[in-house]
Design a protein around this ligand. Sequence first.
Ligand code: GLU
Length: 264
Amino acid sequence: MTRSLLSSRDGIVAARRVVVKVGSSSISGENAGQIGPLVAALAAAHGRGTEVILVSSGAIATGMPYLQLDARPTDLATQQAAAAVGQNVLIYRYQDSLDRFGIVAGQVLLTAGDLENPSHRSNAQRAMERLLGLRILPIVNENDTVATHEIRFGDNDRLAALVSILVRAELLVLLSDVDALYTRPPHEAGAVKIVDVPVGDLLSDVTFGDIGAAGVGTGGAATKVSAARLAADAGTAVLVTSASLVNEALAGHPVGTFFVPQHA
Ligand code: GLU
C-alpha cells in the first residue's frame, strides 16, 4: 500500500489515514463530557473519507467509581481490575456518542509486545485493515490484564506510535491538556511554543517538567516527544496538541507542534 508523506500541515485535511491518541485525564472524571466533542471531531474527519483510529487511555480512571475508589489505586492488581471494569464503560460511552453519527466502533486491545511479535503483528494488521475497510472506527487501548507497560510507564503515546507504524498512518495526533510543546514547561517564564520539528530533530535543548499533577493520567511531554520521534522517523507526521483543539487539528488549522516525517 502506498501512502503519501505528509511533509507539511497543508496535507492534514486530506490525510487518508489518521491515528488520534487521547489520555485518561481528557476523557474521564469531570472531563467525561469531553468525549462528545472529541467524537464529533473524529466523525467529521470520518465523514470527509479519512480512515480514523482512536487510541484511548482512561480505562482505570473510568473504572474507579465503579469500584468505589476515590483515588487511583496503587497496586497493580487493583489497577488492572479497575481497567477491566472501566474499559467496558469507556467503549460504551464512545459508542453511545458515535451513534449520533451512525459510526460503529471496534474495540482493539493490544500490547507493545504484540506489535513486535511477527505473527501477532500480522494478525493485528490484518484485523485493522479489515475494520478500516468496513468503515469501522477502531478504538485501541493497552490490554491491561496481560500487559502493564502503560500503567507503569504512562506510555500509551508509544502504543499510539506503534499503531501508526502498523497501519502506515499519514498522521498521528497526540492529544493532552497542553496546546503544543514548549521549550520549557509552559507555566515557566521564557517558555516558547515549538511550531515545527524538522526531520531528525531530537529536541535535545528542550526541558520537560514532571508529568501532570492531576493524578489519573501518566504521560507527559517527554513521552510525547519520544513517541512522536518514533512515528515521524517511520514516515508518519505527528501533531501534538490539546484535546480541546482536536477539531482544529484534524481540519488542518495551524495549532500544536508538527513533526515533519522522514521518508520511510
Ligand atoms: N491503559 C490504562 C488505561 O487506559 C492505563 C492508563 C494509566 O496508566 O493511566 O486506563
